[in-house]
Design a protein around this ligand. Structure first.
Ligand SMILES: *Cc1c(COP(=O)(O)O)cnc(C)c1O
Length: 388
């Protein structure tokens, strides 16, 4: 089984000379050119032309009316939740299977993450599990939806598009609307992913993108909040820029807020990267096709493809072990990594982390099953650009 994994990886992407990274960014002279121009301008911090230009280009690409660039996606999620009224002592429904930042952003509001199970088809929050759980534990009151067990307000729902594969976002959005709960999409992994032609992150009140070094495009560190709501966009800009009122010289701030604005230097890098997004997307789609073919007749592994009706950015490719548990997974990981193919398991489900062990949760059998069976495989866009 382990030997088969290595031979199929080799069939898809060639022999590992040294180490094939799980995911690395691609840069060339255009990034250097933008960065040099930014340095020459002397505007390297939170004011500058590249931030505005990057926001405009993101809005154009995603079809959102507004993009607000921030220091990272965790900060973006935090401030989006604050702006939508998530406060201390409330609960926010999040996937049990996600990167820790989804839950941390909730905790930074003083609220509690409340975990919901994943769909085996999309790896994202399962609308059926969510609906069952809402019926079981949430009641509508005059003050809004409440957890009838804990008595706490249910303040938001935050689905996430795992590895770039869109969750069943239309169904999740319909549930959020029906229950009167604001929806914020953790779209950190899904720039360039669409559900029925609409960009992920544009279905709820707001969506949050990440441009960390391992994402599909990078600004070094960075993120953006996208929204179609004019008032929310203004509020997000205000909250991320220390709540300073515009004035030629006066420093007047009208509330406690954050310094979460993306620096111009990072945005310059982002402008260069965004020009290549279509190329990265087509390289990643070509890489996914190779993996799909390489694993097509495997009795041990199944390639994880995009859900029906969606276009995934294939940010991070994944295979699923058909049999065996954690031991089999770890053997596969050991052999693949020793052979030079950097592979990784999915995140430990969030309710198993010490700080979230006591958080409220729905049953999470699929999250547990995915944790035992999913393996991420090398996914850099440059793996395919070599073959062009
Ligand atoms: C990367 C990631 C984040 C956080 O992004 P940062 O920009 O590093 O803060 C949040 N959620 C998910 C699902 C991610 O993959």
């Amino acid at each position: 089984m382990e030997a088969e994994l290595v031979s199929r990886l080799s069939a898809a992407i060639g022999p590992a000379k040294g180490t094939v990274a799980l995911h690395e960014p691609s840069f060339n002279t255009s990034e250097a050119r933008y960065l040099m121009a930014c340095l020459k301008s002397t505007f390297v911090s939170s004011v500058g032309a590249y931030v505005d230009r990057f926001e405009g280009a993101l809005a154009d690409f995603t079809g959102a009316r507004h993009a607000v660039a921030v220091v990272n996606a965790t900060a973006g999620l935090h401030v989006a939740l604050i702006a939508l009224g998530v406060d201390a002592g409330s609960e926010v429904l999040v996937p049990g299977l996600s990167f820790v930042a989804t839950a941390n952003a909730v905790a930074h509001c003083g609220a509690l993450p409340h975990f919901v199970d994943a769909s085996p088809a999309t790896l994202g929050m399962d609308p059926h599990a969510l609906e069952r759980h809402l019926r079981e534990v949430v009641e509508k009151t005059a003050q809004g939806p409440r957890n009838r067990v804990t008595g706490r307000r249910v303040a938001a729902i935050v689905p996430m598009h795992t590895f770039g594969h869109p969750a069943e976002i239309e169904e999740l959005q319909a549930l959020a609307t029906r229950w009167g709960i604001p929806l914020v999409e953790d779209a950190a992994e899904s720039l360039g992913s669409f559900s029925n032609g609409r960009h992920t992150g544009t279905f709820g009140a707001a969506g949050v993108l990440s441009f960390n070094g391992n994402k599909i495009i990078t600004t070094g560190g960075g993120g953006a909040i996208i929204t179609n709501d004019d008032a929310l966009a203004r509020r997000l800009k205000h909250l991320t820029t220390a709540a300073k009122l515009p004035h030629r010289w006066e420093f007047f701030h009208d509330e406690v807020a954050w310094n979460y604005r993306m620096p111009n230097l990072n945005a310059a890098l982002g402008c260069a990267q965004l020009e290549k997004l279509e190329t990265f997307l087509s390289n990643k789609r070509a890489l996914a096709a190779r993996y799909r073919q390489a694993f097509a007749d495997s009795e041990h592994f199944e390639f994880v493809g995009e859900p029906a009706g969606t276009a995934s950015n294939y940010w991070l490719n994944a295979i699923r072990l058909r049999k065996g548990g954690l031991d089999a997974r770890d053997r596969a990981l050991t052999v693949a990594n020793e052979a030079g193919y950097q592979c990784r398991p999915v995140w430990v489900p969030l309710h198993r982390l010490p700080m979230y062990g006591a958080a409220p949760r729905a049953p999470l059998p699929i999250a547990e099953d995915l944790y035992a069976h999913l393996v991420n495989i090398p996914s850099s866009a440059r793996l395919m650009s070599n073959h062009e």
